[in-house]
Design a protein around this ligand. Structure first.
Ligand code: AOF
Ligand code: ZN
Length: 368
């Protein structure tokens, strides 16, 4: 009982450190590590960027000679393979730690249980599964990408209670309040890319940068533009704030493609139909090592991505307002939809947060 409380206490610290690095490790997971000996913390470490040291290495370096006989708390199973760095399991064994407490297993097929097996084979006591769900939640994008090489897509909307993302006259500033908009900028920081449709790009001319009181990272910007109708002087193509990718079709104007390429925009042809082949697009983005995408609409792209079952998570902000407007006011999800309530898309694991006057509903679509 006491041991379990201690394990959770130190694992929470490790998880907290890991969570602060969310958004800055690229395709890698976020991982925290705490080394404890005789009731004292002797080492702390966090994986801060891809190619950089793993959490265990930083923490064990800090612990130095104190690592012998210690307990090592780590939010992800120590790795067993040679990646950009040597296996952490070997490093833990060499440090002569006597016990290792792990939150989640590493879903990387190159590891998946082999790290823990290595430690046990070396005679180290291993306790696995302490606060595992918290760790898995932090690395939900990594969990998908490392197995499928497809990006984890979070769909975000900000609408009125009746699901509208603009008024009948087209105006959309602002629907939600400042706190909710801050939360969106934190989501931008935490995702590697942000994606919008051509309609939104043309109507709003957004910059899609991360604007927070504490500076954040700008995601790569992705525009879905089958016919290349977004003007060349759009901020996304001219401001140089972050790389921009355009997903288009083989049939789109080739001169426009060259003009975009000349501006440094990465133009990807996704199929030869009239619409962008979204499944193929996600595969290509995965190949470019984009492991997480924040989809910021509009309604038609949201609908198409849902229908293609490419959405992994939804974060829906609602302002306590009703605007009406029928067909003239665009909604968050514009698609044919289900004919019967029994066929509605069900969200699982639903949670509700408050941001000032606004609320956010988070959930995971159940496509089964
Ligand atoms: C750990 N501790 O802090 C991290 C781990 O390319 P590399 O060498 O950085 O390896 C990346 C892989 O290592 C990643 O896919 C995941 O399996 C594991 N990440 N493992 O023991 C860490 N970041
Ligand atoms: Zn490692």
């Amino acid at each position: 009982m006491i041991e379990q409380m201690n394990d959770e206490f130190y694992m929470r610290l490790a998880l907290d450190m890991a969570s602060r690095a969310s958004g800055q490790t690229g395709i890698n997971p976020v991982v925290g590590c705490v080394v404890v000996k005789e009731g004292r913390i002797v080492g702390l470490g966090t994986h801060l960027q891809r190619g950089g040291g793993h959490a265990e290495v930083h923490a064990l370096n800090m612990a130095a000679g104190e690592a012998a006989g210690s307990t090592v708390y780590v939010t992800l199973e120590p790795c067993s393979h040679y990646g950009k760095t040597p296996p952490c399991a070997d490093r833990v064994i060499a440090s002569q730690a006597s016990r290792v407490v792990v939150a989640a297993l590493d879903p990387n097929p190159a590891v998946s249980g082999r790290g823990i097996a290595k430690l046990r084979d070396a005679g180290i006591e291993v306790t696995a599964g302490v606060l595992a769900e918290e760790s898995r939640r932090l690395n939900e994008a990594f969990e998908k990408y490392i197995v499928t090489r497809m990006p984890f897509v979070t769909l975000k909307t900000a609408s009125t209670l009746d699901g509208k993302i603009a008024a009948r006259g087209g105006d959309s500033k602002w629907i939600t309040g400042e706190q909710a908009r801050m939360a969106v900028h934190t989501l931008r920081h935490q995702h590697q890319a942000i994606m919008i449709g051509a309609g939104t790009a043309a109507a709003d001319n957004p910059s899609l940068t991360t604007r927070l009181p504490v500076p954040g990272l700008n995601p790569v910007r992705i525009v879905v533009d089958a016919s290349l109708r977004v003007p060349l002087d759009a901020k996304l193509y001219t401001d140089g704030e972050a790389p921009t990718i355009v997903l288009t079709t083989a049939g789109a104007d080739s001169e426009r493609k060259s003009q975009l390429a000349a501006r440094g925009v990465d133009v990807i042809e996704c199929g030869d139909g009239t619409a962008v082949d979204l499944h193929y697009a996600m595969q290509r983005l995965g190949e470019k090592e984009i492991s997480s995408i924040l989809l910021e609409g509009g309604g038609r792209l949201n609908g198409s991505m849902l229908q293609a079952r490419l959405i992994d998570k939804l974060v829906l902000f609602f302002a306590p307002k009703i605007i009406g407007g029928g067909q003239l006011a665009p909604g968050s999800f514009e698609y044919e939809g289900a004919g019967r309530m029994a066929d509605a898309l069900q969200l699982r694991g639903v949670e509700v947060q408050r941001y000032g006057e606004d609320i956010a509903i988070t959930g995971y679509p159940d496509y089964s």
